[in-house]
Design a protein around this ligand. Structure first.
Ligand SMILES: [Zn+2]
Length: 183
């Protein structure tokens, strides 16, 4: 089994649900603006750029594809189509998937999803703020601030290696790793 593949898979899968959510939350501020004037009904729709819509669709398609492969080859019940259920299912089977002949393909696809979701959720001009040094390499960590009205950071990423990324749910772990790194 490829340990690097396993790390990349598990890391990517851990980050996808928050990125998937952030593609919706982001307000329409960029050049891909779709004007929604007029009816109240339209204003209630989450503003999403075409890139964010495409990215969310791609996340679903890719996760369902790999979950389907795992379910059929391992003869287990396929998971529901919810993003958190799909990523949880794939994380539980990540060791098996990392040993599969198609592991490299799965790693590439999930890595691409993370990168394009990050671009769609935090378009250029989105705020970033420096956090510190990456505990896993010599890169710098920045917090990506979503463009929505709450302006809370939702992911901390390494500027050198895109897979070094921590969603909010893993910040306590990151803080521990960073403390260990400075000692
Ligand atoms: Zn790093």
């Amino acid at each position: 089994m490829c340990t690097a593949c396993l790390d990349l898979l598990v890391g990517g899968l851990a980050n996808l649900p928050a990125l998937y959510d952030d593609c919706v939350r982001r307000e329409e501020t960029g050049t891909l603006q779709v004007r929604r004037r007029g009816s109240r009904k339209n204003r209630s729709i989450d503003p999403m750029s075409p890139a964010a819509v495409d990215t969310r669709a791609a996340i679903r398609v890719v996760l369902e594809h790999w979950a389907g492969l795992v379910a059929s080859e391992r003869r287990v019940q396929p998971p529901d189509r919810d993003i958190r259920v799909l990523t949880g299912f794939l994380r539980r089977h990540a060791e098996w998937l990392a040993a599969h002949p198609a592991a490299a393909e799965a790693v590439d696809e999930i890595r691409d999803l993370v990168l394009s979701a990050r671009r769609a959720a935090y378009p250029k001009g989105g705020a970033r703020s420096r956090v510190g040094s990456c505990p896993n390499c010599s890169g710098e960590l920045v917090a990506l601030i979503r463009a929505g009205d709450d302006a809370l950071p939702s992911e901390i990423v390494c500027t050198s290696v895109p897979e070094h990324a921590w969603p909010a749910a893993r910040w306590a772990t990151l803080a521990r790793e960073m403390r260990r790194g400075t000692r």
